[in-house]
Write a protein that binds this ligand. Sequence first.
Ligand SMILES: [Zn+2]
Ligand SMILES: [Zn+2]
Length: 365
Amino acid sequence: MSIRAAVIPTPDQPVEIRQFPEPGLEPGAALMRVEYSEVCGTDVHLLHGQLPGAPYPLIPGHINVGVLDAVNGPVADAFGDPVSPGDLVTFLDVHETCNNCWFCLVAKATTRCPHRRVYGITYGADEGLLGGWSEKVYLKPGVKIMRLPDGLSPELAIAGGCALPTAFHGVQRGQVGLGDHVVVQGSGPVGLMACALSRLSGAQQVIVIGAPQLRLDIARKLGADHVLSIEETTTQERLEAVRGLTGGRGADVTIEATGNPNAIPEGMQLTRDAGVYVVVGQYTDAGPVELNPHHDLNRKHLDVRATWGIDFSHMYKSLHTLARFRDALPWAEVISRFFALEEANEALVGVESGRVVKAVLCPNR
Ligand SMILES: [Zn+2]
Ligand SMILES: [Zn+2]
């Protein structure tokens, strides 16, 4: 029986449906029937060949929720508890982090491990069904499988998707806490999740800067006290607005989730002296930017941090947070539409244009 998957054949070519043979499972491997796979901004970058070294043809889909279909021998979740066919699971897209290199052992920065590979991003279709835009995805031995926490539906898990652990990492790096004034730059899925998690962290005030209005409306529902449209305000007006809302000082913590280099000097200025600025959104190289290191860094005593990717803890903690607070915020509002596998190109256009906030593929519908 063959398996259908959506494939990017080569950069800037439309996604096409291809048939793959049902793979044999090596010992310790599993096959997951994909319920939902996210269409993330990263997939738009992959479509346009903007991630250096990504192998084509490529089956995208790095964040996936599904049901185990088959296992070969004993297969366990990340904590060693056995899993079996029928179990509702997700898995960490990052695999082969070595725990043996300088970055893993000395710097304890596993997201910078040079050996790590990522489902749907750095594994190509020639290596197997290693992306979630497929009826089934092959879970190699040692992939970090996680059962969905009690009370977390697959729909809600994919609403959190890739953005939730990414934003979780950023909010954690920024040490957002009770009473903090937080600015979030960007109202895509990562910005919206950073807004929601800042709210849950006890922020005094959350201000989201972004566009279009549809996304800003969702930001309000996810806990933003104020929203500023980037289409209707100038840099100077945003600076004045944020200072006006923060006693003239600026944000205690600013989280950047835009993908636009011009957001960086502005974000530094939106942050108060001796505040924290966290850069999350510069995932691809969109070019350099000019800044004034005297005014915006040194004299400001600014603490600038950045994140690269996620590790298992971010996925684990963020999904448990989502389960615990599933009724506190309307998380699922971020999903604009569910798409069939054949509609992958349409989903990508929607994400790229900003018309959809989050697109979700349902490969088995
Ligand atoms: Zn390593
Ligand atoms: Zn993603």
